[in-house]
Design a protein. Sequence first.
Length: 494
Amino acid sequence: MFLTITTTGTAENPATDLGFLLHKHPDRVRVENQSHGTAHVFYPEATAERCTAALLLEVDPVALVRRGQGKGRGGAPDAALAQYVNDRPYAASSLLAVALSGVFRTALKGQCVLRPELPEQARPLRIEIPVLPARGGAELVHRLFGPLGWDLVQAEAVPLDEQFPEWGDSRYVRLVLEGELRLADALRQLYVLLPVLDDSKHYWIAPDEVDKLLRAGDGWLAAHPENGLISSRYLARHKRLTQDAIERLELVRLAEADGSEVEEIDNAVDETRDTEERPVPLAVQRREAILAALRSAGAARVLDLGCGQGQLVQALFKDVSFTEIVGMDVSVRALNIAAKRLRLERMGERQSARVTLLQGSLAYTDKRLAGYDAAVLSEVIEHLDLERLPALEYAVFGSARPRTVLVTTPNVEYNVRWETLPAGHVRHGDHRFEWTREEFRAWAGQVAQRHGYGVAYVPIGDDDPEVGPPTQMAVFTQTDTTDTTDTPKEGEAA
């Protein structure tokens, strides 16, 4: 198997910066052992104007069979023979994807210790794979790589035998990608899409493959028009895991949707002249109300569920009365931004021990969330389809069961007061619903009754005598430590 990555540069920005990004020196050949063979990294050319890094993977078919855990045994004779006579040593597949993740592990993460500014820079890239299985042909290759920002996606069919053109084309293509992308993005795309195009994996699929898929697909997979097909093939068509991946990708898409509309509404000051005192933004008022409620409840260990980019986590961290703070979100990108906002990498050991950021979905129970004093769901529930609310309800109130739960959500009645919001529109394009005060209280009351909580309601923002406050908050306090709901089977969605 063979793959090359080429970039161009200038004297000021030399192409040999590729060596820093890949953590492989252009003047040396790097050899790394893999469980199924040997990977070689070398540079056929390395000048300031043009630099090419090559990954050559030598596959040991016998080692591959020995690690196959009995695949093909007990079947037809041709199945047993296929373990030794196949295209694995020559055609790019999940074997090459695994080699990419091992050999270029740091580059995939977008890290470069010596030149930390380089991974964030888009640069001209040309990637070539001479033999790539494509079950779906060139058309599928374009469907998969086309939406990802490449200027050129070329998939040239490889003939079965050049000496006998009448035999037609094989299922292999020669792939060429050209465009200006971050190297980490390009490598993560290849890591996912190589086994997808081959429609096969050389190892057993376990539940943690969903997490691998979401990590590698961060920033591009949720919005990809073929994310269902990609998930299915990457997970070897495992139905339950594929459904899990698709549901989590939908939550990622909602979490990463453009938030400009809600920020404009939350911080609207259009009616205030520059000479007048500016009002406190609603987002700030909401955080202050949440902090006050947590202090009143005596909470020290707090969960911020759907923490987004970490604004509330940061506010909690500034108050030393909160001794343990956990922020959880489905979006890896949002968590990365939260980590940068908090400057976790610069904190001392004692300080950093107070904060934990977790990737996870509120559509599923999570044992990591049990045993906390309080949980906050700030502007979260309205981003879920109504039929998904029971799953969230059980995950938080039935499984995690913190002593106090705070839930904030927009009050749709107040929308008429926003002059910038057209009539009939919700505050954010991804809001699945916005409730009246009566609707919110009906839902909260039923949740409290089902799970042994009492509930009180707190207005946030200007409490208009006609339409109420812009944000409504429910404060749930545990009154019954016995959960009366049916417990879902382990591993199933709530």
